[in-house]
Design a protein around this ligand. Structure first.
Ligand code: ADP
Length: 487
């Protein structure tokens, strides 16, 4: 029997099972950390068609097969499978409902998208009831689980099993809110509690899942302290700023941790050779291998800039439209981008690679191994985000001696420190304004610093020493859980 807290993590993504971004890394690593710390943490996530059931040794649970599930007027049948993620001892509970989760992708634009995650949320409560397990903390991630606090307050909380349950909503990306039509209000099954819905949204004809998590969770976090401040402003709040401001000190920021079992050049399972701050010649040798493999015809002394990203408006790709070709025209630089997403960004990188075939490569798609090679071999890492709740790759970059060039926003501002050539302190290059000239300034400065062996060595050494491990970040969540349970 665990001596720690009973914690249910509700998430739409968990690595390596189902990942489109940082959410998956964070929920997997947080669960691993909490489990190792002696907590009774259980991960709940949908069993998508793409889930490799054998890889997680998914097993049926007696009494949790073929259960009826009502989501408003819609009737489904679901089962719960138990398994565990590779290298992660936290118990995993998969909500299996083929009618809802056997789709072409994790997220869809199908008309029942909101039902897929309402059903998930209801199924977690039902699973807890069947398991007779009353979590002290329901830790809900993003809009997909954001109705859980409202459901707890409007109904489940009356049951002895959930009487002591407290809720935490973590916002990983406020740009995704789970908005659906007010005409579908019956899907929430709130009955006479429908007054608990945000009336302004309803009057405007919509229901916003994330907003209800903000209104009803006992506490709200986002994934960096700077972003916690940003999302209360009109510029970054994406329409949630008033609701967030109203919650006052219930909102805070906890920077994501890095899973250094996965992202550390001393043991990276994807790269040929390992290195640390004292063996950067290995990084240089790996870079030469990588340049050859990519077909880039430049010498190892030419700086390589890398980027691994969802290609979405959030990521600030348009800042590169003018600046990057101009810098490639005038300076020695090679560039590799890996990612997929909106067509205009894919086209930009495709055209850039056509224009500079000897120095630029664009790999469209999702490729875990290539992502690790880019981190391990690049000299600079580019992240000019419009907004960045936390961002992981800049922290990975620091550990790999890859100098981050980032915009001063959200978690980028909290994890990268602008280099000061006078004192030799700092870990990267930051720029403030969201425009092309600011990005060009930063990339040019980074190239200048890279070309100077003293500054380059200092930057790398400073960055490689930074520690964003879950040991520290996870303890901040544990302290918050403790406060909620004690309240
Ligand atoms: P976001 O969650 O906004 O996508 P983060 O920086 O928090 O951004 O996390 C992104 C995660 O997804 C990182 O682990 C990154 O390496 C990974 N990733 C993004 N795009 C790709 C891709 N095309 N191939 C491999 N990994 C990717």
């Amino acid at each position: 029997m665990s001596t720690g807290f009973a914690i249910a993590l509700l998430t739409s993504e968990v690595a390596p099972l189902s990942k489109t971004g940082g959410l998956a890394d964070v929920t997997a690593a947080l669960a691993k950390h909490l489990h190792a710390g002696g907590h009774d943490v259980r991960l709940f996530t949908p069993c998508y068609g793409s889930v490799d059931r054998a890889a997680v040794a998914a097993q049926p649970i007696a009494g949790l097969a073929a259960l009826p599930l009502a989501v408003g007027p819609h009737a489904y049948v679901f089962s719960v499978l138990r398994g565990s993620l590779p290298g992660n001892a936290a118990p995993l509970y998969l909500i299996d409902c083929p009618e809802l989760y056997e789709r072409a992708a994790i997220y869809t634009t199908d008309p029942d998208e909101h039902l897929r995650f309402l059903a998930f949320t209801r199924a977690v409560f039902a699973a807890c009831q069947r398991l007779a397990w009353g979590p002290q903390i329901l830790h809900c991630h993003d809009w997909h689980a954001a109705f859980a606090p409202l459901f707890l307050k409007s109904s489940y909380g009356k049951e002895p099993l959930f009487a002591a349950t407290r809720t935490l909503l973590t916002i990983h990306n406020i740009g995704y809110q789970g908005i659906f039509s007010a005409a579908q209000v019956a899907d929430l099954d709130l009955g006479e509690r429908a007054y608990m819905l945000h009336q302004g949204d309803l009057a405007a004809g919509r229901i916003n899942a994330l907003r209800h998590g903000i209104l009803y969770a006992d506490a709200i976090t986002t994934v960096s302290p700077t972003h916690a401040r940003e999302i209360t402003t009109d510029e970054y709040g994406m329409g949630m700023q008033d609701s967030l401001r109203a919650r006052g000190t219930a909102l805070s920021g906890i920077l994501n941790g890095v899973d250094y079992d996965e992202w550390d050049p001393r043991r990276d399972r994807y790269v040929l050779q390992h290195f640390d701050a004292d063996h950067l010649q290995v990084k240089a040798a790996l870079k030469r291998v990588f340049l050859r493999r990519l077909g880039l015809r430049v010498g190892g002394e030419v700086p390589l800039a890398g980027m691994v990203s969802r290609l979405a408006a959030q990521k600030g790709i348009e800042l590169m439209y003018d600046a990057l070709p101009r810098i490639l025209d005038t300076r020695e630089l090679a560039f590799i981008a890996l990612g997929a997403g909106e067509p205009q960004y894919e086209e930009f990188f495709t055209r850039l690679a056509q224009r500079f075939p000897r120095r630029v490569v664009f790999r469209r798609g999702y490729d875990e191994k290539l992502a690790h090679w880019i981190e391990a071999t690049s000299d600079l890492y580019l992240m000019p985000s419009r907004y960045e709740p936390c961002g992981l790759n800049q922290m990975y970059s620091l550990r790999y001696g890859t100098i981050p060039v980032v915009r001063r926003t959200g978690g980028l501002a909290d994890s990268v420190e602008h280099y000061n050539p006078d004192t030799g302190s700092g870990t990267g290059v930051l720029f403030n304004d969201f425009d092309g000239p600011a990005f060009a300034w930063a990339l040019n400065l980074a190239l200048d610093l890279y070309a100077n062996p003293v500054h380059c060595a200092r930057l790398r050494a400073n960055g490689m020493r930074r520690d964003f491990s879950w040991q520290h970040q996870g303890a901040l969540y544990e302290a918050l859980y403790a406060r909620l349970i004690a309240a």
